[in-house]
Each structure stands twice: as C-alpha cells, then as structure tokens.
Design a protein around this ligand. Structure first.
Ligand SMILES: Cc1cc2nc3c(=O)[nH]c(=O)nc-3n(C[C@H](O)[C@H](O)[C@H](O)COP(=O)(O)O)c2cc1C
Length: 394
C-alpha cells in the first residue's frame, strides 16, 4: 500500500494563522493544505474523508448569500456542517454587500461557521453574466464594499474571512494585485489565488508566477492554487512562489489520500499512498455511506456516480461494469458491482501526476453585464442578484 519513502528537500512549513494573533479567535491551521471549494464535490462526506487524510481546512461548496438569507432549503442543506469537522469553513458568493453582510452573520450564528471564504473566482457564465465571481473585482468600489461588509460582520464573532480570486478576467484585464491590496487593507485573513484568468477557466497550466508576485506584494498569507496534483507539486509550488499554503482542487477527486501524500511531502518524505483496488473500493463504499447519511440514498447515489468514475480511473474495471456503475442507484447495487472487481489489482501508477476532473478550453470571451469593463470604480448597483441557490461549478 505504501511506496518506499524517498527524501525530498525538507521544507520549513509554518502553521498558518488566520486572523491577527492578538485575536483570541484567530484560527491556527497546523498544516496549511486546504481542500479548495468545489461545487457539487466538497460536501460533508468528501470533507470528512479529506480531513481524515490530513487536510488542514476543507472548504464547503460555494453557497449563494441570497439563498442563505431567504432560507432556501437546498442552500440550508449545503451549508450544514458535519458535527466534528476540525474547521467549519464555507465559501459564500454574492454581489450585494448588504446581503453578504447578513449571510455571513447567519452562516456563523446559525450554522457554526468558523471560517468564511468569499468567492471572487467563479468563471461560470450564469455568475459572470450578473457581474459576480471572477469578474466582480473589476469594480473596485463594489469589491471593497463587499469585503468590508463581510469582514465587519464576521468580526462581531471573531471569525476570520478569506477570499479566493483569479488573476483577472483575461490577460488584458488583470485584477489580482488590486484584489490583494484591498483585501489586506480591509482585514482579509488570507488570499487564495487560483492562478488562471476567468477566460482560461480550467484550461492550460496555472501561472504560478502570479502567485509569486502576489506573495511579494502582500503581508497577509497567500495560498496558491492551480495544478497541485501530487505531493511534489505542493512542495514545488511553496518553494517556487513562497506561498504560505496550498489549495487542492481537482487533484484529490477520487483520491482524498492525496492530502496524506502532500503532508508527507511537505515534511520531506516522498511516500506515496498507492492503494490497491480493494482498498479504493472500501473507501468508495465509505464515501457512499457518509453521503447517504447526509443526503439520503437516492440523492447520495446519484451524487456518487461521478465520484465512482474518479476513484476507479485507470483500474481494470471493464466497460460493462463501468457502465453499470454509472447508473447505480443503491448502496447494495454499488457494493455488488464493486465485489466483481479484483481487489488485489495494484494502483495504476500511470495516473500519477495526470490532470483529473474538468479541463475544458479557454473562452474566447467572458460574458459580463453590458458595459462592465467601461468603469472600474462603480458600485455595480444595478446588478441582478436574484439567484437563490444552485450556482454550480465555481
Ligand atoms: C467541479 C469543480 C467545482 C468548483 N467549484 C468551485 C467553487 O464552488 N468555488 C471556487 O472558488 N472554486 C471552485 N472550483 C475551482 C477550484 O476550487 C480550483 O480553484 C480549481 O479547480 C483550480 O485548482 P486545481 O488545479 O487544484 O483543480 C471548482 C472546480 C471544480 C473542478
């Protein structure tokens, strides 16, 4: 199960403190390795598995502020934390400072959130069309107003606020430097930079040099995000950019043990977790059980179909079983299909270091409200914030 350890250069990884150390509520994260928020993926079941493997903070899916304030039932379900999560962290999305102010208060008071993350990176047209997500920081006044409102709201409870952004809208309209400066001014505890533009979506290689630049500009911690697929990538990103920690998105899809690998790698040990098919199936079944406890069997098993594909990638499964797994609707069916597989099949090492999850292609243009780029200082007061829930795909 465990590959022979080799030695990587030992890194001096400091625990990450979110919030001023003089604040009794400041959060200290011993291992600065975060599970990145992923809509439709990072629910309580997946977060539980990633925490068990050593993730420092696991951020819930992106949740719309408006859905929180109107008590939308899907939003409430998504916001619910698992009882013993080490850090209850949620990402909020919105375009209206007042709505976000209230949503932050509710997330903390009613749901027990201990860390609020703000979404300024979503590239989904449904979001950018309304001036939200990754295109919002172009409006510096609106961006500042949102950050100020959220920090003030969370401050009442001593809860730190972080934010996640991209490099900008496209190469000609970068925003990350302004985002960083304003975030620092307004009391944000850390900035996570997904080192791509909105136009790049998930395609191509992340531009780690932008992370290096942001680290040089800011005194608050910067978390690097983009293309960390193995422990050695995390070591390389921290060494190259000087970032205070890393956020992991697609690399851990169907592979929550990546967090154990990264933790080992940051401690100088290149041990890799290479579970055989039997071990992967056991984890997959546990994931399904945790998901059923959260969502009920029907929804949980629908949700598990994509995870099943990720867990079994590269293993000898056979096209018939793979097809049957993609339609599975009960835990018993899942267990029955997995029992057909050879538990001793070894981990497909050819999968290591390969991209996982969505890659897509860059966009030729980013959909934004009419005239959005004409004015940087506006407050964007006429933008439509009417979506309550379901903004998937951050
Ligand atoms: C399925 C999926 C859903 C995502 N949802 C969100 C989200 O809700 N909020 C967010 O800030 N980023 C979201 N992202 C982006 C990731 O958090 C991360 O920034 C991106 O995948 C790049 O990191 P990676 O190369 O480690 O995957 C999502 C990505 C994927 C693949």
């Amino acid at each position: 199960m465990w590959a022979a350890p080799t030695r990587l250069g030992l890194m001096n990884i400091a625990p990450l403190t979110l919030g001023s150390p003089s604040n009794a509520h400041a959060l200290t994260v011993p291992t600065p390795v975060f599970l990145a928020p992923m809509a439709g993926v990072t629910n309580g079941a997946f977060r539980t598995l990633c925490y068990e493997q050593g993730a420092g903070v696991c951020v819930n899916e992106m949740i719309t502020a408006r859905g929180v304030t109107i008590g939308d039932f899907r939003t409430v379900d998504m916001m619910t934390f698992v009882a013993d999560e080490p850090v209850k962290a949620v990402q909020l999305y919105g375009t209206d400072p007042d709505t976000l102010d209230v949503a932050v208060g509710i997330a903390i008071q009613a749901f027990g959130a201990e860390l609020i993350d703000l979404n300024f990176g979503c590239p989904v047209p449904k979001v950018t069309r309304k001036g939200g997500g990754g295109v919002l920081p172009w409006k510096l006044g609106l961006f500042r107003a949102i950050v100020r409102a959220c920090v003030a709201s969370a401050d009442r409870y001593g809860v730190p606020v972080t934010l996640k952004c991209r490099i900008g809208i496209d190469d000609a309209h970068t925003t990350f430097r302004d985002v960083g400066r304003i975030a620092e001014d307004e009391g944000i505890a850390a900035v996570c930079l997904h080192a791509r533009t909105v136009a790049e979506a998930y395609a191509g290689l992340a531009h780690w040099e932008a992370i290096t630049e942001l680290v040089g500009l800011l005194d608050i911690p910067v978390l690097g995000n983009g293309d960390v697929r193995e422990g050695s990538d995390a070591v390389a990103m921290m060494a190259q950019t000087g970032c205070a920690g890393v956020e992991i998105g697609r690399g851990c899809l169907g592979r929550p043990w990546l967090f154990a690998d990264i933790k080992a790698a940051l401690a100088g040990d290149d041990t890799r977790h290479l579970p055989n098919l039997g071990e992967v199936c056991a984890l997959l079944l546990r994931h399904a059980e945790l998901n059923i406890a959260l969502l009920g069997e029907h929804h949980a098993m629908n949700d598990m179909r994509k995870h099943t594909g990720w867990y079994l990638r590269g293993f000898p499964v056979g096209s018939e079983t793979r097809l049957a797994l993609s339609h599975v609707s009960s835990l018993d069916d899942l267990a029955g299909l997995l029992a057909r597989l050879d538990p001793s099949a070894s981990f497909p090492t050819s999968e290591l270091g390969k991209p996982r999850g969505r890659q897509g292609t860059p966009r030729t243009h980013v959909i934004m409200p009419y005239g959005w780029l004409n004015d940087r200082d506006g407050l964007g007061l006429d933008i439509d914030d009417s979506d309550a829930g379901d903004v998937s795909g951050g």
